[in-house]
Write a protein that binds this ligand. Structure first.
Ligand SMILES: [Zn+2]
Length: 95
């Protein structure tokens, strides 16, 4: 599964190890390709939150996607937290 950072429309994977920033490419900025070895998106994340893009709709979109992803993760954690509790309640009712 590709990272949510590719869903914001700013980055384009050009090969398994390199990704380009479409905005920087369009603006003719010197650096617009980033090393993404083993699908690591660390360099992209860092770039997204530099002053170049930090205030852009791309960064905004990424923050929202990241927040909703974290929400899903914590919901899943809550469900598994509930399981032992409901088991002990079940036992109590039969004592
Ligand atoms: Zn850029």
């Amino acid at each position: 599964m590709s990272n949510i950072i590719y869903k914001i429309g700013l980055f384009n994977k050009i090969n398994p190890n390199q990704t380009e920033c479409l905005d920087c490419k369009a603006e003719g900025r010197q650096k617009f390709t980033f090393e993404t070895p083993r699908s690591s998106v660390k360099s992209l994340r860092t770039h997204l939150f530099t002053p170049l893009h930090n205030q852009s709709e791309f960064a905004e979109k990424y923050r929202k996607l990241e927040a909703s992803q974290n929400e899903n993760d914590s919901n899943q954690a809550k469900i598994s937290d509930l399981l032992p509790k409901s088991t002990s309640k079940f036992r109590l009712e039969f004592i």
